[in-house]
Design a protein around this ligand. Structure first.
Ligand code: ADP
Length: 196
């Protein structure tokens, strides 16, 4: 049973590393950004409500995001572990998640922080804009997302560090190297893939 968070600035490679972690640890990866994009694409009521916010690179209101995560964590596949990618992103989301997990008798094992410098991540996002055509990958939206991250999400790092949950991992270099760094850091804390 492994319960993890992965945090880092837009473009740090959270999605890429999450995909690997879910394989290795056999836990569902829950990415709030992916869930929002899926809803936008399918034009669900939630998608219609959040489209302009997400396209502009602003944060969806905590009330909506928290409710979404609650219902997702209550699904059967998340009962025995999960990796949350892109949530929590505000201090209010942190305290909501604390209460939610406490009510479910659960707690986090570790928080993986992917560290990457700004120039590198902006370059990566520009490339992704060409490859994937994400509506929030315009240069202006990218810059805005970095600012919002710095203001709203950076304070979370200190909170999890104080709780001794934070694992800082250098996000630069080969995808495989970054994955190895994460696995080694988790193993050093006794967090290893459970036998299936
Ligand atoms: P990135 O980290 O590259 O910016 P994500 O896919 O994680 O991309 O998120 C895309 C967008 O979805 C965010 O810019 C924001 O609008 C919205 N979003 C995702 N997660 C959250 C969250 N926890 N709280 C508020 N908004 C969120």
């Amino acid at each position: 049973m492994t319960r993890l968070l992965i945090v880092g600035p837009p473009g740090a490679g959270k999605g890429t590393q999450s995909a690997r972690l879910l394989e290795t640890y056999s836990i569902p990866a829950i990415a709030t950004g992916d869930i929002f994009r899926k809803n936008i694409k399918e034009e669900t009521p939630l998608g219609i409500e959040v489209k302009a916010i997400v396209d502009a690179g602003d944060y969806v209101p905590d009330s909506l995001t928290n409710a979404l995560v609650k219902s997702r964590l209550e699904e059967a596949d998340a009962r025995d572990g999960f990796l949350l990618d892109g949530y929590p992103r505000t201090l209010e989301q942190v305290s909501y998640l604390d209460d939610l997990l406490a009510a479910m008798g659960q707690s986090l094992d570790a928080v993986i922080q992917l560290v990457a410098d700004q120039e590198e991540v902006v370059a990566r996002l520009r490339k992704r804009a060409i490859d994937q055509g994400r509506a929030d990958d315009t240069e202006e939206a990218i810059r805005h997302r970095q600012q919002v991250y710095g203001r709203e999400t950076t304070p979370l790092i200190a909170v999890y560090r104080d709780r001794d949950l934070l694992i800082e991992v250098d996000g630069l270099g080969d995808i495989d190297d970054v994955s190895s760094r994460i696995s080694e850091a988790l193993a050093a804390r006794g967090i290893v893939p459970s036998a299936k």
